[in-house]
Each structure stands twice: as C-alpha cells, then as structure tokens.
Design a protein around this ligand. Structure first.
Ligand code: GLU
Length: 267
C-alpha cells in the first residue's frame, strides 16, 4: 500500500520528556504538544509514539532509582502511563487537540484480527482529527517476560512498525542527540553530523554504538534498525534532537535538520 503524503509518526524518547531528576520535563512536553498541534493544524495526520512511562512512574513513586525488577518496572509503567496521558491530554487540550491512548505489543500487529481492529482504530481516530498516542503495553505484556531486553526495549522499533502500519510518509525520531555522527560526539570533538543517509551499511551500524542517555534504553543503533525497517517500506526517517520540537516546522519545510534516512524508492 502506498504511503499517505500527509501522515507523520513522531517518536519521543524518555530522555526528551524527562529531566535529569528523572521527573517529567513539563516545559519540553508543553513545547512538544504545541509544535505537534501546530503541524496538525497545517493539515497533517499525526501519530505520537511516546516513551517515558517507566521513568515518569518511578519519579512519581519517589523511587530512588529506575526500577530493575520486572514487576516494579511494570508497576512504574502503570503509574507513569496515566501521568503521561493526563499531561498530554491537558497540553494538547490547551492547543485545541484531542488525544487517544493506544498501548501495544508485537502480537497486536502480528495477530490478523487484533491488527485489523488496531488499523480501524487508528483510522477512526485520525479521521476525527484525534492524535493517537502510542506506547508499548509494558504493564501487561507477558509474552516476553523472560526477556527483559525485548519487553522493555526502547520504542524506536515500535515507532517504525507504527509508521509502516499507518502508511505514514515520514517517521521523526526525537532523541537526546542531534542525529547520527561519523564518530562518538561525546568523546570525539571532531565527530561530524551525517545529514543524509541513502544506505544503512554495516560500517554505519558499527559507528552507531553506545547509548546517549541513562534515562531511556535506546541508543543510535536501535534508531538505525528502526530506520532500516521504515525506509525499506518507503518511509523517510528523520532523527534529531527533541529538545527543540519547533524544528518540526523546519522538517515539514524540508530544511536540513538532524539526519535524514532516505526512503527506498521502489517499496
Ligand atoms: N515503553 C517504555 C516506557 O514508556 C520505554 C522505555 C524507554 O526506552 O525509554 O517507559
């Protein structure tokens, strides 16, 4: 199925919407919602994939550090998800937009009946100009309970699945780094931002090692994997720093921002 020219999926990582105290960064969240509402008003369909449930829950529960035990992570996700949705509803409401929550796991996409229901829900929300806010269903996902890495992996791949699933034309991943560099910018002052990637090579993957933040779980490598999947399905992927969500307007105007992974033409 061809991509919809005015449908964009935006993914925000935990590090973008929380501060160094591990609490929700109210100002960032407000700016993000304002920019997204502005872009929606320009006639775009938007889907937001938001991480942050576990970190926000842990902050609200006053846990001294991010939980390690799976059941505590799941409890924190339950607490944090409601807090996140409360704030998204409030801020988007300020800018005249409505939101709906969608919590998913892999099976929801793999199972044909669930996947059809899910597709219908996305379409119904978007037709009614409601912004779907998606996260992994961390509190109730049992299938991979033994695999901590998979259960609580970052949402980069989830956002790529959602972009393909919704036939979006673009996936924007807001991270805590400006994009993909040709070295490690935290240790190499000469590392340069790569603004355009036509082909995700093994060399690029080896450059993209290491995680940018200790609040989320993703690093650049999971973004590359997500980009590989989405570009293979004809979707452009843009990775940039989420601290200034106003950049969304520049992205829409096709100005040079972050790293663009170019969609494969023949998909
Ligand atoms: N689904 C997790 C959350 O919302 C993602 C954790 C992360 O990588 O940031 O907390």
């Amino acid at each position: 199925m061809s991509v919809s020219k005015k449908r964009i999926v935006v993914k925000v990582g935990t590090s973008t919407i929380t501060n160094s105290e591990g609490n929700i960064d109210i100002r960032s969240l407000d700016h993000l919602c304002r920019a997204l509402a502005g872009v929606e008003n320009m006639g775009y369909d938007l889907v937001l994939v938001s991480s942050g449930a576990i970190a926000v829950g842990a902050g609200k529960m006053r846990l001294s550090q991010k939980p390690k035990e799976i059941r505590m992570k799941q409890a924190a996700a339950a607490v944090g998800q409601t807090e996140l949705m409360h704030l998204y509803d409030k801020f988007f409401g300020e800018y005249g937009r409505m939101v709906g929550q969608i919590l998913l796991d892999n099976e929801d996409i793999a199972n044909p009946t669930r996947s059809e229901n899910l597709k219908n829900t996305f379409e119904a929300l978007l037709e009614n100009h409601i912004i779907p806010i998606v996260n992994e269903n961390d509190s109730v996902t049992h299938a991979e309970i033994e695999s901590e890495k998979k259960l609580f992996s970052d949402n980069d791949m989830l956002s790529a699945f959602v972009a393909v699933f919704c036939n979006a034309c673009k996936l924007i991943i807001f991270s805590d780094i400006d994009g993909l560099y040709d070295g490690n910018p935290s240790t190499d002052p000469n590392a340069k931002l790569i603004s355009r990637v036509e082909e995700i090579t093994t060399e690029l993957k080896s450059i993209a090692s290491g995680s940018g933040s200790n609040r989320g779980t993703g690093g650049m490598i999971t973004k590359l994997e997500a980009a590989e999947y989405a570009t293979a399905h004809g979707i452009d992927v843009l990775v940039t720093n989420g601290k200034n969500p106003e950049k969304l307007y520049d992205i829409i105007e096709k100005k040079k921002v972050g790293t663009l992974f170019v969609a494969k033409a023949n998909s």
